[in-house]
Design a protein. Structure first.
Length: 289
């Protein structure tokens, strides 16, 4: 195959200008996805507002989420691009001291990682796990709770994709673990925003995926959905309480009049279906179904 043919089949590229890690000062090059030329063929939007993509004959399967988090290949400092070089001086030493913990923790879940060359699904999922660890050390100005919630959800999506390719590697177990973490952090993000502990600034991309930012509406819907799917189930009273709380969150999406009509139909339709499902389960649990 000629160099021109190889170039035409490329799916990613590395930046010409290197980045310097603010934690360990290692220089590296960022990898990004090439999106033109029929590389990305949009598929369905899942109930979790995750945009899937159809594999193309020329480029195969592509996962844009794999490349979102910047990861230093040396110390595994990992955050979203807007925060990478803007990290406050007061956080450098804590992040540096946590290097060994990051390396050990990620190696327990993901074997044979390589952040020095083109990423695969494993590196993509691991990058979000690393981001969760790093944002745990940052303060409210970085919206760390929301970013940990978003990272956990995206890690779960990529782990689902890994499980479809390797059924015997326990990626489904890891996926459920990250879904539960996402549920916890989404609910915590809403609670902290309401009591003023961690404001949700407009500049933060709520996602949850890359093709569309559903903003605060998306945050409410995803929080309710995750509470419904991954909230407590063994204790009937706890389950009812959990569903009632999720219902209150989702009901904020409906509004009245223009406020409701201005919201994306993808959110409203899914939110109404979710609300009805939760209401139905509550009635069954209370013996009224």
């Amino acid at each position: 195959m000629s160099d021109l043919d190889l170039e035409a089949k490329k799916t990613t590229f590395f930046s010409r200008k290197s980045l310097q890690c603010p934690v360990c000062e290692t220089s590296f090059y960022r990898e990004d996805l090439l999106s033109g030329g029929g590389r990305l063929i949009a598929g369905e939007l899942t109930e979790e507002l995750h945009r899937t993509y159809e594999p193309s004959k020329k480029f195969g399967e592509l996962y844009p989420l794999v490349y979102t988090v910047l990861v230093c290949p040396s110390c595994l400092y990992a955050v979203y691009p807007q925060d990478f070089s803007e990290i406050g001086e007061q956080f450098i030493e804590p992040l540096r001291e946590q290097t060994d913990r990051r390396v050990e923790s990620v190696s327990l879940a993901f074997k044979d990682l390589d952040f020095t060359s083109s990423r695969g699904l494993k590196e993509g999922a691991a990058s979000y796990f690393l981001a969760m660890m790093c944002y745990d050390l940052l303060d409210r100005h970085y919206s760390p709770t929301l970013k940990r919630a978003l990272s956990a959800l995206r890690a779960a999506w990529l782990l689902d994709a890994l499980h479809r390719k390797a059924f015997d590697e326990n990626y489904d177990y890891l996926s459920r673990l990250f879904y539960r973490k996402a549920r916890f952090f989404y609910m915590q993000a809403i609670e902290m925003a309401q009591n003023g502990q961690e404001p949700l600034e407009a500049k933060v991309n709520f996602g949850p995926d890359l093709d569309k930012n559903y903003g605060y509406d998306g945050l409410l819907y995803i929080a309710g959905l995750l509470e419904y799917k991954y909230g407590p189930r063994k204790d009937r009273e706890k389950r009812i309480k959990s569903l009632e709380n999720a219902k209150r969150i989702v009901s904020k999406l409906f509004g009245t009049g223009k406020a409701s009509k201005s919201k994306p139909s993808a959110i409203l339709d899914k939110a109404r279906e979710l609300y009805d499902e939760m209401n139905k389960e509550i009635k069954q649990l209370q013996g009224r179904g």
